[in-house]
Design a protein around this ligand. Structure first.
Ligand code: SAH
Length: 226
C-alpha cells in the first residue's frame, strides 16, 4: 500500500515513520509513505501556498491551485488514489474506516493549516473529508499520523499473528480484554487466577467475559451499534 501525505511542513515527518510497526511495514515493502511538500507546487517567487480569506477575518487559508497541482500529480500514475481531506468537519475516523483504508492501493491525506483550506478543495478535489475527533488541531499533520498508524498495522501481512489484530478494541465492536504479564503477584496485586491455570478454554471464556464487561461499563454505545 502507498500513502501520500500533502503538507506544508514535510520536515515534521522526518523520523516519525522509523519506529515499530510502521518501520517493519516499510522495510518489508508492504507500505510506502511519501511526504509531498505543498510548496513544490507553488510557482511564484515566494512559493506562496496561502492567502487571506475573502470577506475578511484573521488567519490565512490554503490556496486551491497548489493543492490541485499536487493532487493531479499524485493521481497521474497508477490506479486513481483515494483522496481524503483532513478537517474537523469530516466524517469521524474509526476502526472500520481504518480497515477500509488498509485494503487500498493508494491513499492520499491532505493536511490543512491556519484557518483551513479553500472550500473548492473539499468540493472538487478530494473524495471525502475526515476528522480524527471533535477537537481542533493546528494542522492536519497529527491527524495524518494517527491515520497512518492505525491503518498500517491493519495492512495484510504487517502484524504476524493476524489474530492479535482481530482481538483489538473495536474490531468486533467490543473493547479488548485486560492483559497481564509476570510477575504473577506484585506488591500484593494478583493476576486473575484463571490466566495462570493453563486451561485455554477457561482463559478464552474469561477474556470474552471481560471484554463484554468492559464494553458494557465504559462504552455501552458500542453494544447498541452491533
Ligand atoms: N477553522 C477550522 C479549523 C482549522 S484547523 C475549523 O474550525 O473547522 C487547521 C487544520 O488542522 C485543518 O485544516 C485540518 O486540516 C486540521 N485539523 C484540525 N482539527 C482536525 C481534526 N479534528 N481532524 C482532522 N484534521 C484536523
Amino acid at each position: 500500500m502507498r500513502i501520500s501525505i500533502v503538507t506544508i511542513f514535510p520536515g515534521l515527518f522526518e523520523r516519525v515513520f522509523d519506529y515499530g510497526m510502521i518501520r517493519q511495514a516499510r522495510k518489508r515493502d508492504l507500505l510506502q509513505i511519501d511526504v509531498v511538500d505543498l510548496r513544490d507546487y507553488a510557482h511564484d517567487r515566494h512559493r506562496t501556498v496561502d492567502d487571506r480569506p475573502f470577506g475578511g477575518g484573521d488567519g490565512m487559508v490554503l490556496k486551491p491551485e497548489p493543492l490541485h497541482q499536487a493532487l493531479s500529480h499524485l493521481g497521474s500514475a497508477g490506479p486513481p488514489p483515494r483522496k481524503a481531506l483532513l478537517t474537523p468537519r469530516g466524517r469521524t475516523f474509526d476502526q472500520s474506516l481504518a480497515v477500509e483504508y488498509s485494503l487500498l492501493g493508494h491513499l492520499v491525506l491532505v493536511c490543512g493549516r491556519y484557518e483551513g483550506v479553500d472550500q473548492r478543495v473539499a468540493d472538487h478535489m478530494v473524495d471525502e473529508e475526515v476528522s480524527i475527533g471533535d477537537y481542533v488541531l493546528s494542522g492536519g499533520e497529527f491527524a495524518a499520523l494517527t491515520i497512518v498508524d492505525a491503518v498500517s498495522r491493519l495492512i495484510p501481512g504487517v502484524v504476524s499473528k493476524s489474530g492479535s489484530v482481530l482481538q483489538d478494541s473495536f474490531m468486533d465492536g467490543l473493547l479488548d480484554c485486560p492483559y497481564y504479564t509476570r510477575p504473577a503477584e506484585y506488591r500484593g496485586w494478583k493476576v486473575p487466577e484463571v490466566l495462570l491455570s493453563g486451561d485455554h478454554e477457561a482463559i478464552e471464556n474469561w477474556r470474552k467475559r471481560e471484554a463484554l464487561r468492559l464494553t458494557r461499563e465504559r462504552r455501552p454505545d458500542l453494544l447498541k451499534r452491533k
